[in-house]
Design a protein around this ligand. Structure first.
Ligand code: G6P
Length: 609
């Protein structure tokens, strides 16, 4: 949510900043801006709209500069227009700041600054930052930034340039991500690695409360609390190929097609057939605690929350440990009862979701052990949890999560197998599960070859419908939620996911001959019940699009459209049933001519609460 990038070095700063912004655009895309340090002033350009609009506006019209900062915005305070776009400056335009996060006490600070004569031009919370720096500046940018930060309540990742200190760039963070890339006589800083890896694979992850003063050939980091910090340089393995579209029309489609490969990565080295068990080295030191847990609380937002629900069903049925699933935003603001024996598992693709990070900290404050299931290596959540499991889905750029969801479900399949085996499952059952898990990537591969033609047809038929209902039961109830979420996120069609039997308690009133109802009706333990639910829809003339198990010819007779998926174990079906729903949402949005990868109002990584 909001992408910031900064550059200092020998190269042309504009090039580094604009290409960085394009790579970060998935974090927010309602306005963009750039500030460059020239000999006499700070060159500033800000526009409402996409990065391409900023790019066009400055092409051939920028001064040469080797220091600068830039921003792509997802508006929180102040409508997305030219003025509210970042960077923001002080009264004399001597300081420019880009910010990701929210300064919650900005109204108080603004009043304080206005009394001191500062003049404000925007409706943003961010504008207090350059003014406060201006207020405290005494020939040392880093000191002024440190002092200003001590007044902020909220979250921030900041990059700051100053006319008075033309040889350095200052960055700091609290609750919002910030990575520093170290090149040869140059540094590029950004909200995430995507903007950095074409420059260097050497990075330094800044910790909350750290401030860095960066010169082309050196940097100095200080913790506001503890004083000087020795920079720890890490090497990253991310490749450019992984963050490019590679011939696909959209990142979302590319990521859907990557699913067989990433699932192989998720399970690689983690299955032990001999013992019928999974091995998860990241949480090796916590296995006994988990095995003996009296209760597990899974905490997440959005799609990760849906994966958590599937995790709940898996762990409860395979390991018989009571599990609850909480929205991070709810968990953090109530009084959770975390008795000894409760373990929290936070799930996050980005590892930066503000509410999940805050919930993690809240759980730790209560003394709970907190484990993570994360995708982004080195992310804040990955670093702050006691231990964790990486899902190995690779960078996910499409705003609508697909491959990360699959990898999260697979991770829960591994975790539930491990806990199940440690608590109650016999080795043979563990081996059956391993066999079924190993087949999943190939089964998805075949579906990716077979389904698109049929699903495109369905998408053409239904693209102009205004409402959809998605139903499922058991393990496939969260899949119904996720299918509905995918559709509404990228096609702006209203869709609701429901447990199939709950339909009778409300949504059934919506059903008429115009209502498409997607029903997951695979041959699992509650198949017959779902068939009754389908009857209830048909009696009211609803249009049934069923996702059924291969070979179920009976089902075909009772529905309007059917999409088959291959057979697997009950608890692994979500890995197969979600695929047609992802494709359906994708093709409907594409046929509607929408920007699938950058749906309106959304952002990939929600770093504000
Ligand atoms: C945003 C994204 C979703 C994601 C959710 C949680 O809403 O658009 O795709 O599921 O945040 O993000 P996380 O990174 O914590 O999984």
């Amino acid at each position: 949510m909001c992408g910031i990038v900064g550059y200092i070095g020998k190269d042309n700063a504009t090039r580094a900043l604009i290409s960085g912004l394009y790579r970060l655009e998935y974090r927010g895309y309602d306005s963009a801006g750039i500030a460059l340090l020239t000999k006499d002033n700070i060159f500033l350009k800000k526009v409402a709209g996409r990065v391409s609009e900023l790019d066009n506006a400055i092409r051939d019209r920028v001064p040469d500069a080797s220091i600068g900062i830039a921003h792509t915005r997802w508006a929180t305070h102040g409508v997305p227009n030219d003025i509210n776009a970042h960077p923001h400056t002080d009264c004399e335009k001597r300081f420019a700041v880009v910010h990701n996060g929210i300064i919650e006490n900005y109204r108080t600070l603004k009043k304080f600054l206005e009394k001191k004569g500062h003049r404000f031009e925007t409706d943003t919370d961010t504008e207090v930052i350059p003014h406060l720096i201006e207020e405290f500046y005494d020939n040392d940018l880093m000191s002024a930034v440190k002092k200003a930060c001590s007044y902020f309540k909220g979250t921030y990742g900041l990059a700051i340039i100053s006319l008075a200190n033309p040889d350095c760039l200052v960055v700091t963070r609290m609750g919002s991500p910030l990575v520093i890339g170290k090149g040869k006589d140059e540094y590029i800083v950004a909200s995430d690695l995507a903007a950095i890896i074409s420059y260097t694979d050497k990075v330094i992850y800044l910790n909350d409360g750290d401030v860095a003063e960066i010169h082309p050939d050196r940097l100095r980091i200080e913790s506001r609390e503890f004083g000087p910090v020795a920079p720890e340089i890490e090497r990253v393995t991310l490749s450019l190929e992984q963050i490019e579209r590679g011939g696909y029309k959209h990142f979302m489609l590319k990521e859907i097609y990557e699913q067989p490969v990433i699932l192989r990565d998720t399970i690689r080295g983690r299955l032990n057939y001999e013992e019928g068990i999974a091995r998860l080295h990241g949480i090796a030191n916590y296995i006994e605690k988990l095995r003996d847990a009296e209760r597990i609380i899974i905490i997440a937002c959005g799609t990760s929350w849906h994966a958590g629900l599937i995790g709940e069903y898996m762990i409860e049925s395979l390991a018989e440990i009571p599990v609850e699933v909480e929205y991070s935003s709810e968990f953090r603001y109530r009084r959770p009862v975390l008795k000894k024996g409760t373990i929290c598992i936070v799930v996050s693709q980005s590892g930066e979701t503000a509410d999940t990070l805050a919930a993690l900290r809240e759980a730790k404050r209560h003394g709970a052990t907190v484990l993570g299931i994360c995708n982004v290596v080195g992310s804040s959540i990955a670093r702050e949890t006691d231990a964790g499991i990486y899902i190995h889905a690779g960078p996910e750029i499409g705003v609508a999560s697909t491959k990360a969801f699959m990898a999260q479900i697979m991770t829960f399949a591994l975790l539930s197998l491990l806990l199940g085996r440690l608590r109650r499952l016999p080795v043979d059952e563990g081996r059956d599960i391993i066999n079924a898990i190993r087949r999943i990537p190939d089964q998805i591969q075949s579906l990716l070859e077979e389904l698109p033609g049929q699903i495109k047809e369905l998408a053409r038929t239904f693209k102009d419908h205004r409402n959809f209902l998605y139903l499922g039961r058991g393990y496939n109830f969260p899949v119904a939620l996720e299918g509905a979420l995918k559709l509404k996120e990228i096609s702006y069609i209203h869709a609701e996911g429901y447990p199939a039997a709950e339909m009778k308690h409300g949504p059934i009133a919506l059903i008429d001959k115009n209502m498409p109802v997607v029903v997951i009706a695979i041959k699992d333990a509650i198949y017959d019940k779902v068939i009754s639910n389908i009857e209830e829809i048909r009696t009211r003339q609803g249009i049934v699009i069923a996702v059924g198990s291969e070979g179920d010819s009976q089902l075909k007779k009772n529905v309007d459209h059917i999409i088959y998926v291959p057979k697997t174990l009950d608890h692994l079906y979500p890995l197969l049933t979600i695929l047609p729903l992802q494709l359906l949402a994708y093709y409907i949005a594409d046929f509607r001519g929408l920007d699938v990868d950058k749906p309106r109002n959304l952002a990939k990584s929600v770093t504000v609460e």
